[in-house]
Design a protein around this ligand. Sequence first.
Ligand code: FE2
Length: 287
Amino acid sequence: MGFASDDRNMLDEWLTLGPALSLRGTQAGSPRRTRLMGAEILLWRDDQGQVQAREGGQALLAMERYGYLWVCPSGQPSRPLFDCPEYAEPGRRIVDCGGFGVAVSGLRVVENFLDMAHFPYVHTHFLGNVPHTEVLDYKVTVDAATQEIWATECRFWQPKASASAADGVLAEYKYRVMQPMSAMLYKTCVQRKDALDAIGLFVQPVDEEHSIAYVLLMYFEDELSDTDLIAFQHLIFAQDKPILENHALKRMPLTGGLETPTRADTTSVFYRRWLRNRGQRFGVLPA
Ligand SMILES: [Fe+2]
């Protein structure tokens, strides 16, 4: 019983337990059950509509935000949940793509989300194509106020950057890492040249080597159905899943020369250093 780690980076954070819609029909006597950091969590909506969560008889600090459920395992969050203004921005369509189970550390899932170099090889004909394999130089910084990682001015040639893209495009990307297991991607919007579509990746750490990756779309898009948009994300994730699960190391190595990053992996190098500086241990390969 209890959470299988004393890593403050996790215990004092807001961690997701999936879409708020998953509580439909729940009550104290018939809660939804899920797992977080090795512990079983019971979740339900009370008579007042408030989200309630328990772990082994202990009430957990819980809330609903951006259409998702969040709990803080220690009950003492070190900071508020990250800002996501796109969720409430007029004109954006919010499409929840649900969760994808994957047998690997959540840190691996986020690192893969940040990596453009794999597009032509793993997402051939969609997010990239050989011989357009070059990752052009881009900038990576840590925001002093929020401590979030930002990768900006990322550009990559994509044959079909989204479900509604008809032709190839030099797609512009911005990445943002808000928490060890949450990231956002802002990319060229097919329908509005002055705006960027946003994709949220929120990872539920089931345990150190199992995760559920939730994908939330915040798009300016009025042609495709929800089904089309969700199917495209499922297709992309189905291509990533075997690659992720075939890692010899299910957890993320942060020290030593076990995996040598390349120039294209600037964000990955940054992300790993950022995790190391925070003293991240959950989901990390012990040194
Ligand atoms: Fe991928």
